[in-house]
Design a protein around this ligand. Structure first.
Ligand code: P6P
Length: 343
């Protein structure tokens, strides 16, 4: 039974025992966690809070922004600007990076986030979430540019998400395993409810948007066909399918009970390597999944080894139970790199 301690106590004890959560990183995580509580309150209001529906604008991806996308983005920016722990921020909802204003001290870290992932689910009351990634600032001058963010995911100092579902749960790694904290609404505290999370190496559950089947590359088609053949086919077992169309919710299920998640390159837009964004979706989720014993590749190589070239670049994502990700990746490698691996 996991000892029921607060997020603060967990971070203090992790620093005391392992020494890799410096003060500024602990402050960053606590500020992000507090911001997620505020986002949860806005999300939970739903129609009562006049926060549903479209904001009537588009983000850098050309996607219609929901009101809650913008609210969540503003909550994270305002919460993190003044603390002295950050040099700059980047968000799915902002074209350019947001450098900490000169009226505040700059810190050692840079924060990237998808403030509210799964927006298409907001108005239909399905789980959504906030995804965040923490990088260390390179160099020690005050100037920060977009290029400073373009670090492979393996250099992340921390990563996590908050899923706004039946429970509000914060999932976090600082490079020493994965811990989960459930929001106690009576006290307003994040309470440790799971640590050293481990993804089973095998699974009977895959997550992919089946409506794109006719557009898939052959390695993905081969893998899913084998799953659908069930116990009479080459896999010798039946599979189940889940697709919530909210990456945070699908990844949370995989961290909790195993599975494999695929959002691969497909032929709809051949020049695009995938739909999901490398810097603030794939990299943080890959960090969490690997810390929980799983794998995360783009079909050809480890996602966290990819050298980013653009802040909002997209990537093909295959992540989850180790043995399944290895199988899908081997099918891609057998076929050769026909599809672009990066933007
Ligand atoms: P589709 C949500 O918009 C998102 O970015 C991820 O959270 C999710 O996994 C994916 O897109 C869903 O995409 O094409 O199935 O709607």
């Amino acid at each position: 039974m996991t000892k029921r301690i607060s997020l603060t106590q967990y971070l203090v004890e992790q620093q005391r025992e392992h020494g890799h959560i410096p003060g500024q990183l602990r402050l960053l995580i606590e500020v992000v966690a507090r911001a997620c509580k505020r986002i949860a309150i806005a999300v939970n209001k739903g129609a009562l809070g006049e926060v549903l529906g479209s904001a009537g604008s588009e983000n850098v991806q050309g996607e219609v922004q929901k009101k809650l996308d913008i609210i969540s983005n503003e909550v994270l920016i305002e919460a993190n600007e003044w603390g002295g722990h950050l040099a700059a921020m980047a968000s799915e909802e902002m074209d350019d990076i947001h450098v900490v204003p000169n009226r505040y001290p700059q810190g050692e870290y840079m924060l990237l986030f998808d403030p509210l992932d799964g927006s298409s689910n907001i108005d239909v009351n399905v789980s959504i979430g906030t995804i965040f990634s923490v990088l260390r600032k390179v160099g020690h001058n005050r100037g920060v540019s977009e290029e400073d963010f373009l670090q492979p995911g393996k250099f992340q100092a921390a990563a996590g998400y908050c899923v706004y579902g039946p429970q509000t749960t914060l999932v976090l790694t600082v490079g020493d395993g994965v811990a989960m904290f459930t929001l106690d609404r009576e006290t307003g505290s994040w309470v440790l409810t799971s640590e050293n999370v481990q993804i089973p190496a095998d699974t009977k559950e895959f997550a992919i948007n089946m409506s794109n089947m006719r557009h898939w590359d052959t390695p993905v088609k081969r893998y899913i066909d084998e799953c659908l053949e069930g116990k009479d086919g080459t896999r010798g077992k039946d599979f189940n399918m889940r697709w919530i169309a909210s990456m945070v919710a699908d990844v949370h299920r995989i961290l909790t009970r195993g599975g494999v998640f695929l959002y691969p390159w497909d032929k709809r837009e051949p020049a695009k390597p995938g739909k999901l964004r490398l810097m603030y979706e794939a990299n943080p989720m890959a960090f969490l999944v690997e810390q929980a014993g799983g794998l995360a590749t783009n079909g050809h190589q480890r996602i966290m080894d990819l050298q980013p070239t653009k802040l909002h670049e997209r990537v093909s994502v295959i992540l989850g139970s180790k043995n399944e990700v290895q199988r899908v990746t081997s099918y891609h490698l057998e076929k050769g790199a026909e599809t672009p691996s990066q933007d």
